[in-house]
Ligand binder design. Structure first.
Ligand SMILES: Cc1cc2nc3c(=O)[nH]c(=O)nc-3n(C[C@H](O)[C@H](O)[C@H](O)COP(=O)(O)O)c2cc1C
Length: 207
């Protein structure tokens, strides 16, 4: 009987430790959800689009540096229904959408004739549940991306290879060339100090 109690206590301790590990791995370096506001409208005057989805601001910062460096037009992928500010609620919704392959509706859009002007899309996102966040799925399926080059950049808290996100991106970005070998991957906690690294990478991609 005593042994059983110790086994149960052991299992509970391991489960709690695993939960803490997952939460700190995913959320270390994050600062909660920021706003859910779009960037200014894009015009198609540049050949480069810098499109991003960002919940806690790391990807937004990277995207802004990339746009500064390349002269690309900034576009934020904005879900109609915000993921809110709370980690737990955001994580639960993200997991449910991923498990059920739900494409959340977006409130930010690009006219088809404007999208047609871009040759290159820098596409930024966080790793969510070892995969591509579902708002990016919606974005990729909304447009005719054939003939375009997509250059991914992402931030993470441990999944430095991007886990399944790049496979997913390649599957969804039909007709485009996704430069999976040239990806920029930065830990969320390092983004604030990575301006030079991000700009250098973005400039190199244009050569
Ligand atoms: C719902 C959710 C799921 C996450 N899943 C992962 C994951 O599977 N692997 C990982 O390395 N980081 C994970 N993270 C951490 C984020 O990728 C990381 O904090 C990233 O820098 C956030 O970028 P953002 O500020 O642009 O939203 C997750 C974060 C959230 C909110």
């Amino acid at each position: 009987m005593k042994n059983k109690v110790w086994i149960i206590i052991g299992i509970v301790v391991i489960a709690v430790a695993a939960a803490v590990l997952i939460v700190t791995q995913f959320f270390g370096g994050s600062h909660g959800g920021i706003d859910n506001e779009p960037e200014s409208d894009v015009s198609g005057e540049s050949k480069i689009l810098v499109a991003y989805f960002s919940w806690s601001g790391n990807g937004q910062q990277m995207a802004r540096w990339i746009a500064e460096e390349t002269g690309g037009e900034l576009f934020r992928i904005v879900p109609e229904e915000s993921y809110g500010e709370d980690y737990g609620a955001c994580a639960d919704r993200a997991k449910n959408e991923l498990d059920n392959e739900i494409r959340p509706a977006l409130s930010s859009h690009i006219d088809a004739d404007v999208m047609a002007q871009y040759d290159t899309i820098y596409l930024g996102f966080p790793i969510w549940w070892y995969d591509l966040p579902t708002p990016v799925w919606t974005f990729l399926e909304e447009y005719d991306l054939s003939g375009k080059t997509i250059i991914p950049f992402f931030s993470h808290n441990g999944s430095s290879s991007g886990a399944n996100s790049l496979n997913r991106l390649t599957q969804l970005a039909k007709g485009s060339t996704v430069l999976t070998d040239e990806v920029l991957s930065i830990p969320g906690s390092s983004v604030a100090n990575s301006e030079d690294k991000v700009k250098e990478w973005a400039a190199n991609e244009l050569k």
